[in-house]
Write a protein that binds this ligand. Sequence first.
Ligand code: UTP
Length: 236
Amino acid sequence: MCSPYFKGKLNTMRIVIRLGGSVVATPVNTSLIAEYTEILKKLKMKGHELAVVVGGGALAREFIKIAKELGLAEKDQDDLAIGVSRLYAQLFAKMLGKAGCEKIPTSVEEATECLEKGRIAVLGGLKPGMTTDTVAALVAERINADTLIKATDQEGVYTKDPRKHPDAVKLDRLSFEDLPKVLAENKHKAGIHQILDPEAIKILKAKRIRIHILNGFKPENLLLAVEGRNIGTIIE
Ligand code: UTP
């Protein structure tokens, strides 16, 4: 079956995957990491170009707390969180071996260089004051990605916050124009993570880069999404 994503080379896509720290790193789930490594290799073998942005999860937040308690500035707190996300990125890169790049990119430019070598780019955070969602959006913008897939801890985007409303319905498709209204309905307390950082949405909307939100605890979802199956929520 043909994927609806086709844009570049026949049957291949340029994909940015935003792998939630809440999925692979809270707590660290080694079997999930191993499964993702295999799936990433499989997708690369099929000719897809892949950039993966890994979040720092609970350990990053723990370091932010420690740095705060010690009176360090917000920038320093962020630097520590970025360090943690890069540690996870390094773990993935080592698992990928020759399919990945040894050095973890510290800029969008370096991520592009890794991709140009025909490797999978795995990165964590880039600079203080942003989220890994925004990092993923910036990479997607630079490489003119076909899609940004966010593997998160929810099945997709719902009509209302599913944790509060049992009658909430998952949306299969949604337009960038309708997204703000849906996100407003989904608003939860500050600190609880959101579906996608509004800053990232702004970048992706401007470039009309499709967003695919799916449940990252089922790594096979990644393959299904690339095949164009109807899972999660597609925003375009
Ligand atoms: P995220 O909240 O983006 O990652 O980064 P995460 O852990 O994957 O998120 P979930 O759990 O899947 O939702 C954690 C923190 O690291 C700092 C920010 O403080 C951010 O909130 N950070 C991350 C930066 O300052 N710059 C970056 O480029 C990335």
